[in-house]
Design a protein around this ligand. Structure first.
Ligand code: C2E
Ligand code: C2E
Length: 179
């Protein structure tokens, strides 16, 4: 039973939460933010040039890299933070009750740990970098209909990529989740 519930909440490859479970926590966090008027932060981290890595070392190596990066993320955040495999090589993290500034420091810590970590995959020594976007959100209206936080963080990630990758960008602007 426990195994079955793990299978539907976790991503099988990386053991991080899957997309669906992430959204469940995200909605819960928004509700909590509506009630307590506290801010939380969302980060999206993406492995740089992952396609090139896959093409160079093969998909099995790519999978091992995804597993190792996921584990590096998981052990370097708090148990109360929620990390998920959001897309192919994209990770999303929720930081409850944490400002964007603090969350950017955490993501920078993760970025640095990954950059300096040498992965040994099939006798190859590989170093990986990630880019990320971070912003804070707060709900002021319990009947929220608009949520631009994801788009906003995605844009920061896109900017981090276009400015040369291997960096985390964050915004001071708190995204109001409301109509
Ligand atoms: P710090 O590492 O400079 O972190 C500053 C603040 O950023 C923390 O304040 C916390 O609000 C936030 N923060 C840092 N890392 C995380 C994280 O992984 N997840 C979340 N949600 N928030 C994070 P806080 O809690 O008052 O901690 C103050 C200082 O105490 C930290 O400064 C750090 O030096 C130390 N500390 C607290 N917990 C830990 C821990 O589990 N491991 C380590 N190595 N140090 C810790
Ligand atoms: P945890 O809270 O689940 O945090 C897991 C890991 O995330 C920490 O491993 C650390 O690598 C990172 N981390 C979390 N919060 C912070 C932070 O504020 N600053 C920094 N620089 N890193 C952070 P670590 O350090 O081996 O700690 C393992 C566990 O020990 C933590 O699990 C927590 O339960 C406890 N712990 C360690 N230091 C503190 C502390 O200063 N205050 C409290 N309340 N608990 C601590």
């Amino acid at each position: 039973n426990h195994l079955l519930s793990e299978m539907v909440t976790k991503d099988f490859l990386t053991n991080l939460y899957n997309h669906k479970t992430f959204y469940k926590y995200y909605k819960e966090l928004i509700l909590r933010s509506c009630q307590s008027k506290t801010a939380f932060s969302l980060a999206i981290l993406d492995i740089d040039d992952f396609k090139k890595i896959n093409d160079t070392y093969g998909h099995l190596a790519g999978d091992k890299i995804l597993q190792e990066i996921s584990s590096l993320i998981q052990v370097n955040i708090r148990m109360t933070d929620v990390a998920a495999r959001y897309g192919g090589e994209e990770f999303a993290i929720l930081f409850p009750d944490t400002s964007a500034q603090d969350s950017a420091v955490i993501c920078e810590r993760i970025r640095n740990i990954i950059e300096t970590h040498v992965l040994n995959i099939d006798n190859h020594s590989i170093t990986i970098t990630i880019s990320g976007g971070v912003a804070g959100g707060i709900c002021t209206d319990p009947y929220y209909r608009q949520n631009k936080l994801f788009e906003f963080v995605d844009q920061l990630l896109y900017k981090a990529k276009s400015e040369g990758k291997n960096r985390v960008l964050y915004s001071h602007e708190l995204i109001i989740i409301t109509e």
